[in-house]
Design a protein around this ligand. Structure first.
Ligand SMILES: *Cc1c(COP(=O)(O)O)cnc(C)c1O
Length: 391
């Protein structure tokens, strides 16, 4: 490698380390789950995965993946429109569309790709995209790839969104984009109010439900169900890489004309390999388990999350009210958050501290994510460990 370039990279990397922004990866030696083991031989209780329902190592889902390989093979070695579409992919598209209350769906290798490929084919410089300031990186990148006018509104601020809609009044089409559940605060966007404004100002609505699909709303259909507007959102993007089994894959769910256009023009769909059939088969199973459960997972997760929130408040911690399984324990001070997380890890509890620039300055926190797989005993251990750490 060119030595100037190597020196440059070393310097930049040192700079990242100096700013304490360097990301180290802990290596697991077990499957994902509530109890895991890491390479240093430590057994820990895990409160930092997006495995909300516990599907990541679920027996029925693993079996569906194995059967998927047996029936459909390991890989397709093709994009969808050449020879990469099997019935299992069509089945998954039908099932995820129905689950999210949409007419049709199109699969992507990841939700990052879904968001990267959803705007550019649909909107150009005649149009405006109005986006929550805290939207996921992939939405921001997706918007950048289109030529549409970009307008940002303050996080979940409906008055500011209204201003944005007025600013966009002269555009041909307008679309409001937001995460359904925001991953750092665990807050749910008011999709009902957004749909109301969209109707008033003749705009479309796009919701990324990656942190919601599977457990938010009475039967886990996401933020639209939670807000009572299932079937009213124009575009829902979501991932199979979180609650729905946690492997990989994403989808855009929408009216059939939108999906049809994406199949013709969306670049991450056209120029990237098809989802492995094992993943498609397991994801079909995950959706079918959810449908059969009739909201059991949603209420279980809500009860466990409420229990943790309530007890943490009793213990004197600053935990905002919330409705999701993402629970920020606010510590504000960055080094305090790091120290407490380290102390918890020593005590066999795995959580992650977040500080600037991932969250605003002075808003450092430890993010706890509850899973259906956690027992009351697991949560009590977490509560006790927080109590001890805070001393
Ligand atoms: C995780 C996440 C994504 C990315 O999903 P992948 O399928 O892992 O690429 C996109 N949007 C939001 C809001 C997410 O939380």
């Amino acid at each position: 490698m060119n030595s100037d370039f190597r020196d440059y990279l070393s310097e930049e990397l040192n700079d990242i380390k100096g700013k304490k922004l360097y990301k180290n990866e802990r290596v697991l030696t077990t499957p994902q789950g509530s109890h895991i083991e890491t390479e240093d031989g430590k057994k820990v209780l895990n409160f930092c995965s997006n495995n909300y329902i516990g599907f990541a190592n679920n027996d029925a889902i693993k079996k569906a993946a194995a059967l998927g390989i047996e029936k459909w093979g390991f890989g397709l070695s093709s994009v969808r429109f050449i020879c990469g579409t099997q019935s299992v992919h069509k089945q998954l598209e039908k099932d995820i569309a129905e689950f999210t209350g949409c007419e049709d769906a199109i699969l992507y290798a990841a939700c990052f790709d879904a968001n990267g490929g959803v705007f550019e084919p649909l909107f150009d410089n005649n149009d405006a995209i109005i986006s929550d300031e805290l939207n996921h990186a992939s939405i921001i990148d997706g918007i950048r790839l289109s030529k549409a006018k970009r307008i940002r509104y303050k996080h979940m601020d409906m008055a500011d969104l209204k201003k944005g809609l007025i600013e966009a009044e002269d555009s041909r089409f307008r679309i409001i984009c937001t995460d359904g559940v925001f991953s750092m605060d665990g807050d749910i966007t008011p999709v009902d109010k957004i749909c109301e404004l969209a109707e008033k100002y003749n705009a479309l609505v796009m919701v990324d439900d990656s942190h919601a699909t599977g457990y938010i709303g009475k039967t886990g259909r996401g933020s639209a169900e939670y807000c009572g507007v299932l079937g009213k959102v124009d575009i829902i993007t979501t991932t199979f890489g979180k609650a729905l089994g946690g492997a990989s894959g994403g989808a855009v769910c929408a009216r059939k004309e939108i999906v049809e256009m994406l199949r013709q023009k969306s670049r991450p769909y056209l120029f990237s390999n098809t989802l492995p059939p094992a993943v498609a088969s397991a994801s079909v199973k995950a959706l079918s388990l959810l449908k059969m459960s009739n909201g059991k997972y949603s209420s279980d997760l809500k009860n466990k999350s409420d229990y943790f929130r309530g007890r943490m408040k009793e213990q004197g911690f600053d935990v905002p009210d919330g409705e999701t399984a993402i629970i920020p324990v606010m510590l504000y001070d960055e080094s305090l958050a790091v120290r407490i997380a380290e102390n918890l890890y020593e005590n066999g509890i795995y959580v992650i501290p977040f500080s600037f620039p991932v969250v605003p300055k002075g808003k450092a926190r430890i993010r706890v994510q509850i899973s259906c797989e956690h027992t009351t005993n697991d949560i009590n251990r977490l509560l006790e460990a927080f109590k001890q750490a805070s001393r």
